[in-house]
Design a protein around this ligand. Sequence first.
Ligand code: C2E
Ligand code: CA
Ligand code: CA
Ligand code: CA
Length: 279
Amino acid sequence: AKASGKDTYQFYSKILNAEALERLEMESSLRRALERNELELAYQPKYATQSKGICGAEALLRWTHPQRGPISPGAFIPLCEEIGLIVPIGDWVVREVCGQLNAWSDAGLAPIPVAINLSPVQFRQPDLIERLFKIVVETGVDPGLLEFEITEGATMENIALTTATLSHLQALGFHISIDDFGTGHSSLSYLKQFPINTLKVDQSFVRHLSENSKDAAIVKSIVTLAHSLGFTVVAEGVETQAQLDHLSGLGCDAIQGYLFSRPIPPQEFAGLLGSELMI
Ligand code: C2E
Ligand code: CA
Ligand code: CA
Ligand code: CA
């Protein structure tokens, strides 16, 4: 029994070591990717349900590991958050989006707002506002073209800090969305006090919208609530025409999802914007 206990220990410690090594390798690869400018952004269009045109985009991080190939942000962002690397990466994202907005503008494309995801770790940085402000000043981008998406869960961590930070962001002209709305148990009294522009209905409510009357009821309530409070509503994860029709019927302002487009490289996105101009 003693021997087998020892074997078990060795077995698990090997696994733990392998995991620790893998994490270390991922960490250093990520740091290198940031230094060498090997991270990329994909842009997913947001479509206005009324005007049926592109009304914005969400920038989403993409990373191709030199040996392992593409790794999804769901897998590498938590690691970046744990080791604090999300802060410089987050700055890189904002700078990259600003550069992209300038490039599209130089190419003669009409300006569209671009949404950027802010991790709770970034959101808690005491110098967040200064860092963001510095980037828009240096790049000359209109803050009104930048929208920050903060998850509902993150806004609930520290109400006083959230209110102050959101007020600062809004005072500088940035737009603010609450991401994954409906999943984070926010209290309606806070929703009333937060200075925000948009609620993004989480994809988990959209997925079975057409079949599940409870999901439909929830989405309907979110749209009504948002509009009563003066916010716009975006539904994410829209994959079918039936979902779109349902959401349009409920008065949802915009949708995002594979039905219209996956997140695509910036050149391709410019093509979409350009072809729209010619219609
Ligand atoms: P999110 O902010 O909720 O982003 C939406 C996710 O849904 C994206 O996954 C997007 O590609 C995916 N998606 C869009 N349309 C559809 C659809 O019709 N069906 C389905 N099934 N999925 C759809 P992605 O790009 O893998 O990103 C995952 C998460 O990683 C994001 O969730 C966000 O939390 C985080 N993330 C991505 N980029 C950044 C970033 O630059 N900074 C930070 N802090 N987080 C990021
Ligand atoms: Ca690049
Ligand atoms: Ca988002
Ligand atoms: Ca989301």
